[in-house]
Write a protein that binds this ligand. Sequence first.
Ligand SMILES: [Fe+2]
Length: 370
Amino acid sequence: MSFLIGPKVTRFDTCAQFAKEAQLGERDLIVTNEYIYRPFFEELKLSCQVMFQEKYGSGEPTDVMIDAMCADASALSFDRVIAIGGGSVMDTAKFLTLRQGSPVLDLVDGKITPERVKALFCVPTTCGTGSEVTCLSAIDQTTRGTKVGFGTPAMYADEAVLIPELLSSLPLKFFATSSIDAFIHAIESYLSPGASRESKLFSMEAMQLILRGYLRMEREGVDVRFEESENFLTASMYAGIAFGNAGTGAVHAMSYPLGGNYHVPHGEANYAMFRGVFGKYMEKDPGGRIAELNEKLAATLDCARDEVYVVIQRLFDNVLPAKPLHEYGMTEEDCENFADIVEQKQVRLTKNNYVKLGRDDYAAIYRGLY
Ligand SMILES: [Fe+2]
């Protein structure tokens, strides 16, 4: 069992402080979105080179997008990549730090050995992916019709930079999908057979920060989340550290076919699967490590142990109501087909399940949520 925090973690109150401290300048390549750059960085009049990711396509990063960005970056001269954005921006920027970041599918297939040649700063603008502290990148392989998680130690950031100011323009829906994704990173990694004493510390603190934030939002209204920005950014990073070491499991595995086929945002697809997977875990082995987890969550939520998942759903539904799967377009046939896909193609994740689940369990979970 080992435990690693890849990057150095730094915190700033404002983007201006970060720019000054990091001495951002002409040898830096900022990878971001225009809607982030304009309000937060334009007035700083930096001499950095800038790439806007949306010029290469929308949504989650694809192999085609990453290849195009690597081609354009290869014509530039820079020493550091400053990735400022959500998971898509950070996951893409990681490839720009490699000697040969494309063709990305050759990296995925092991035909290119990843070799790091540029420094990388990751500055998250959502509170979900934890990509700033993982060496992972989620890639939609458009040419192959599936999504894949690619990871190499060569893609760890040198610095993960937390700036709460950046959450101030995050719309409620993106706040909800990202923070719920972070919660699921934390809870799945806590129950993973790969969890260590260290990773569980980060998982538990992440869950507590997120649940306390949601309790406060229920009491005081959703806008109070802006006062909790630093806590949510911290929780997301801690959850990233935890799952980067211990992995995520069935919720993520089962959400991928839903997200991929019906274009449901990652965090929302996870939330759609969450109660079904945890219901199955409780049915199969309620007395194992999940009992210890539930006891701790009950204390945080000030509720009975057998009410933990009801209360969590109430808190999350307050911001992002869970929907049955058919409302996303899923069919009854999909319940069976997706179960086959999870059983056959998501072993990388399902090996982290709390209890062993099989194809028929996955089908039953999909049907139960349908
Ligand atoms: Fe996730």
